[in-house]
Design a protein around this ligand. Structure first.
Ligand code: DMJ
Length: 484
């Protein structure tokens, strides 16, 4: 069981049965892109120097990248304290370099990016006899390879992406179409009938993009069937629960929330609609966000949080949140709900300020830390970036710079950055996850940098932070290639 899965078993404990949020707040229509198109986001004058933060973030990215290259080239992850490479499985998959590529490219580091591209094309194989986590490799490897192709046009990279995507498909051959937790890249054998909603319903973007680039609708249709199977099993409240049996199609709990273990399922309904234009995804998003806003918001502390509720009744079960949940202001921003996005990001910022970093699990009613680690996660930084782009309010730029300064203060090592085992003591952990390159450093950088040809309004980011241009997905072509 991964640390994330273990921690998340903790947060299912009901803390309160007080009904909340039953007043019924209307869902907000999906209008942000239209709004942004009509009112281009103004870029506020920041009190910060315009260039030096971007230069500083790029410099720290390169420093960390060079450490990975020196000590861990080709490995999945870099251990920043012991200065060693480590792999997730018996065969290396190059996860960190694939995840890092789009960030290096956006920072103008073509030579470093080109080296990754050549290594992927020439030296990485995906036919090892290893059972990989379907969800994790979909968002990191498949998403990273597709973005590498999107940014380079290298057909050898697309061939690798298709080879990899094809090897994931057997995981989806279940009675419901929801993928199993593990799939063997060589044999196609899959196992793990219990998945959470995020693991089961977060492949729409990667598989849809693969369909777009190859003209084969099978990938998108497979992912859509999985998301649809989860959506069709929603409770009469309109909410989904957290864990499901992929063969029997039955829920294994009634824990409903917007956070880790469900998060990217909702994120992909919205982003799938925005990128591909499939009206089925819009319907699924509209129904889902209406139910979320009716039952899940919790203002009992005077701040806005999204806690845990019973999926069948909508009654409150817990006021425990995780740092992964801080992706939601970004999603609300994309959906055009700026008032809630602003309010929720304020709650997260207060929590950050209390510790100079965020704790992994936190109870907002008790104001107490349940799990104290911080793993260089991006979500609150991602939300600050979206809010800066959408509002032009320099507060979000200043907030981002403050968080970057905290990472320098507490997480910087001699050659890279490390996770923190306890935000109260700032004790180090010997880890630097691949999403630190893919997301955390990228969102910091984009908050300050003016990247030529990169317009926020034209971009959809995958849940792992890989950017794709909406203009590369014209509706007619998307419809034909994805088969919607
Ligand atoms: C990333 O791997 C992805 O954003 C995923 O959806 C959940 N969060 C981690 C980083 O915290």
């Amino acid at each position: 069981m991964s640390l994330r899965r273990f921690i998340l078993t903790l947060i299912r404990i009901p803390v309160s049965l007080t009904p909340i949020g039953q007043g019924g707040q209307a869902s907000v229509p999906l209008i942000v892109l239209l709004l942004l198109a009509v009112h281009p986001a103004p870029f506020a004058q920041s009190t910060l120097p315009a260039r030096s933060p971007a230069d500083s973030i790029r410099g720290e990215t390169l420093r960390s990248w060079n450490a990975y290259v020196r000590y861990a080239w080709g490995y999945d992850d870099f251990r920043p304290l012991s200065k060693k490479g480590t792999n997730w499985y018996a065969e290396r998959l190059g996860i960190s370099m694939i995840d890092a590529y789009s960030t290096l490219k956006l920072m103008g580091r073509d030579s470093e990016a080109g080296r990754v591209e050549r290594f992927v094309a020439d030296s990485i194989r995906f036919d090892g006899d290893i059972a990989v986590k379907t969800f994790e490799v979909d968002i990191r490897i498949l998403g990273g390879l597709l973005c590498m192709y999107h940014l380079s046009g290298n057909p050898a990279v697309l061939a690798k992406a298709e080879d990899f995507g094809r090897r994931l498909l057997p995981a989806f051959r279940t009675c419901t179409g929801i993928p199993r937790y593990y799939v063997n890249l060589k044999t196609g054998e899959s196992h793990g009938d219990t998945v959470n909603v995020a693991e089961g319903g977060s492949s729409l973007l990667e598989m849809g993009i693969l369909s777009m680039f190859t003209g084969n609708p099978e990938y998108y249709q497979t992912a859509k069937r999985a998301s649809r199977a989860l959506y069709d099993r929603r409770f009469p409240t309109g909410l989904v629960a957290q864990d499901i049996d992929v063969q029997r199609g039955v829920w294994l709990d009634r824990d409903s929330h917007i956070g880790a273990c469900i998060d990217s399922y909702y994120e992909y309904l919205l982003k799938g609609w925005v990128l591909f234009g499939d009206p089925d995804l819009k319907r699924m998003w509209d129904t889902s966000i209406a139910a979320i806003q009716r039952y899940i918001p919790d203002t009992s502390t005077g701040r806005l949080w999204y806690g845990h509720v019973d999926a069948r009744t909508g009654e409150s079960r817990s006021s425990v949140v995780t740092l992964w949940d801080a992706y939601f202001p970004a999603v609300l921003t994309l959906a055009g709900d700026l008032p809630r996005a602003v309010r929720l990001e304020t709650s997260w910022e207060r929590l950050w300020d209390a510790h100079g970093l965020e704790p992994m699990v936190y109870d907002f009613r008790k104001d107490s830390i349940i799990a104290p680690a911080y793993s260089l996660n991006p979500e609150i930084i991602e939300s600050a970036y979206y809010l800066f782009q959408a509002t032009g309010d320099r507060h979000y730029r200043d907030m981002s710079w403050k968080m970057f300064a905290d990472l320098l203060r507490y997480c910087r090592t001699a050659e890279a950055f490390s996770c923190i085992a306890d935000v109260r003591t700032k004790t180090r952990a010997d880890e630097m996850p691949s999403f630190f390159f893919a997301e955390t450093l990228k969102y910091f950088y984009l908050t300050f940098a003016d990247v030529p040809g990169f317009a926020f309004r034209d971009i959809v980011f995958t849940t792992e932070g890989h950017p794709f241009r909406r203009s590369a997905f014209p509706r007619g072509e998307s419809r034909k290639r994805l088969g919607w």
